[in-house]
Design a protein around this ligand. Structure first.
Ligand code: ADP
Length: 459
C-alpha cells in the first residue's frame, strides 16, 4: 500500500471514529428524549382520566369512556386502566383491538415503588400511583409512540447516510491532501532515478523551503558531493597509477628491444640488464606501495590493530632502508623510557613500518649526505616520532601538496620516485588516528613529525 493511500485510510479511520461516536451520542440522546416526552404525555393522560373519574362527581366510567373515546388528544392505541385502593379495576379505556394484560404483580410493584415503566414490543407502558383524599389509586397507561419512533428512525437514516457520504468524501479529500503533501517526495524520487554512476555531477532541486523534504534533498546532495569526490579521486588514482607503471615498463621493453637489435658484448648486456633490474625494483616498490595503500584504505585494517612497540618498528625500518641502499645513513635516538608502554601504540605493524621506511627513504634520497636522523619518545598520551634530514628542504607552497597522491615537488633534482610515498604515509597515520606535520627550510633540511596515541590510552 502506498503511503498516500495509507495516510488517507488513517485519516478516514480517525474521522469515522470521531463522527461515529458523535452520531451515536446524538442518536441515543434523541431516543431518550423521545421516550421521556412520550412517558410525560402518558402520565398527563392518566392523571387527567383519574382526576375526572375520582374528583368530579358528575363523571362516571361510562361518561368518561364516551368523552375520551372522542378526545382529539388521545394517543395512538392508548389504554388507560385505573385500580382503586383495593386493587379492583375501576376503569378501562381503549384497547379495542385487544387489551393489554395487567397482572396483579404489576399493581403491587407500583404500590411498592410508586412508578413502573415497561416497553413491550414498541409499546410504552407507564404505571403510577395517584394519591387522593379518597385513597391511593393505581393508574396504568400505555400507548404506541408511532410518530416519535418514525421521526427517530428517519433521523437515524439521515445520520447513517451522512456518515457514509462523509467517509467517502473524507477518503477522497484525504488522498488529495496526502498527494499534495507527498508530491515533493515524488519529485525527489524522479530526480534520484535520473542520477546514474556516470553523472554524479547532477544535483536535486531543493526549492525554497526548509522542511523535512528540503533537508532530505540537501542530505542527498551532500552524499552525491562526497560520492563524486570519491569517484574522481579513485579515477585519478587509477590513471596516475597506470601511468606510473607504464613508464618503467616502456623503459624496460625499449632497452630490451634496442639490446636485441644486434649482437652485443658481454659488458653491454650486463649494463643493460642492470638497468632493467633497477627499473624492475622500482616497479616492485611501486606495486608494494599501491598494495599497502589498498590495505590502508579498508576499514578491516583497523580491526586487526594490536599493540606495537615503535622502537622495534624503527629498527626494522632502518634495516630495510640500509638494505635497499647501503650508502644510506640512519641515526637513531630513542629516549630512555621507564616502561615499554611509553612507546607502544595500537596499530598494524606492517603499515607502521612502511610509514618509517618511506620517511627515512625520502630523508636519505633528498639529502646529499644521504643521512637521516630518527628520534622516538613518549610525550604525554602520545608517542612522538621525528625523521630529520639536512637535505634540499621543501618550499612553503609545496608543503601541503606533498601529501597528495602522485604529487612531486620541484625540489626532487632528478631523484627517482612516484609521488605516492607521503600520501601512503598520511593515509596510514590517519587510519591510526594520529597526525603528521612537516617543518622545512629550503636548502637546510626537513623534519617530519608523526604523533600516534599510546596503546594504553585507547580503550
Ligand atoms: P617521491 O616518490 O617523489 O619521493 P613522496 O610522496 O614520498 O614521493 O614525496 C612527495 C614529494 O615530497 C617528493 O617528490 C619531494 O618533492 C617531497 N619530499 C618528500 N620528502 C622530502 C624530504 N625529506 N626533503 C625534501 N623533499 C621531500
Amino acid at each position: 500500500m502506498t503511503i498516500r493511500t495509507r495516510l488517507a485510510v488513517q485519516f478516514v479511520v480517525l474521522a469515522s471514529l470521531t463522527l461515529g461516536v458523535a452520531f451515536a451520542v446524538v442518536y441515543l440522546r434523541a431516543a431518550e428524549f423521545r421516550q421521556e416526552e412520550f412517558l410525560g404525555r402518558l402520565h398527563d393522560r392518566g392523571v387527567n382520566a383519574a382526576k375526572l373519574l375520582i374528583q368530579v362527581e358528575q363523571v362516571d366510567d361510562k361518561l368518561l369512556r364516551i368523552m375520551e373515546g372522542k378526545s382529539p388528544v388521545r394517543l395512538p392505541e392508548e389504554e388507560i386502566t385505573i385500580f382503586d385502593q383495593d386493587n379492583v379495576e375501576m376503569l378501562h379505556l381503549g384497547g379495542n383491538t385487544g387489551r393489554m394484560v395487567i397482572e396483579p404483580a404489576l399493581v403491587d410493584s407500583v404500590r411498592a415503588n410508586g412508578r413502573v415503566i415497561r416497553v413491550i414490543a414498541d409499546r410504552e407502558m407507564l404505571a403510577f400511583e395517584f394519591d387522593d383524599e379518597a385513597g391511593r389509586y393505581v393508574v396504568v397507561t400505555s400507548g404506541r409512540d408511532i410518530y416519535g419512533r418514525r421521526k427517530l428512525r428517519n433521523q437515524a437514516r439521515v445520520m447513517v447516510a451522512t456518515f457514509l457520504t462523509g467517509l467517502l468524501l473524507m477518503f477522497l479529500v484525504g488522498r488529495v491532501y496526502a498527494r499534495r503533501a507527498l508530491s515533493p517526495l515524488q519529485r525527489l524520487v524522479v530526480d534520484l532515478h535520473g542520477i546514474g554512476a556516470s553523472d554524479l555531477g547532477q544535483r536535486i532541486m531543493m526549492g525554497e523551503g526548509s522542511d523535512e523534504i528540503a533537508q532530505l534533498a540537501s542530505s542527498f546532495n551532500d552524499l552525491l558531493e562526497r560520492l563524486q569526490t570519491a569517484f574522481s579521486v579513485q579515477k585519478n588514482f587509477i590513471s596516475n597509477a597506470s601511468h606510473e607503471m607504464r613508464t618503467p615498463l616502456t623503459a624496460i621493453s625499449g632497452q630490451l628491444e634496442v639490446l636485441l637489435l644486434k649482437e652485443r658484448s658481454g659488458e653491454e648486456y650486463r649494463a643493460a640488464l642492470r638497468s632493467v633490474v633497477e627499473d624492475m625494483q622500482a616497479l616492485n616498490r611501486l606495486s608494494d606501495r599501491l598494495l599497502l595503500m589498498a590495505q590502508a584504505e579498508t576499514a578491516s585494517a583497523a580491526m586487526t590493530f594490536v599493540p606495537v612497540r615503535m622502537d622495534e618498528v624503527v629498527w626494522a625500518a632502518r634495516s630495510e632502508v640500509l638494505r635497499a641502499d647501503p650508502d644510506n645513513r640512519v641515526d637513531v635516538v630513542i629516549d630512555e623510557v621507564e616502561e615499554a608502554d611509553d612507546i607502544t601504540v595500537k596499530g598494524n605493524e606492517a603499515l607502521l613500518r612502511s610509514v618509517v621506511v618511506n620517511l627515512l627513504e625520502n630523508a636519505c634520497k633528498y639529502s646529499s649526505d644521504k643521512r637521516a636522523l630518527v628520534s622516538l619518545k613518549g610525550s604525554g598520551t602520545m608517542v612522538r616520532l621525528a625523521i630529520e634530514d639536512q637535505g634540499v628542504g621543501i618550499a612553503p607552497e609545496d608543503r601541503e601538496r606533498i601529501f597528495e597522491n602522485f604529487y612531486r615537488a620541484r625540489n626532487t633534482g632528478g631523484a627517482k620516485g612516484h609521488g605516492i610515498g607521503l600520501s601512503l604515509v598520511k593515509r596510514i597515520v590517519d587510519l591510526h588516528g594520529g597526525e603528521i606535520n612537516v617543518q622545512s627550510t629550503l636548502g637546510s633540511g626537513t623534519v617530519f613529525i608523526v604523533r600516534l596515541h599510546k596503546a594504553e590510552t585507547i580503550r
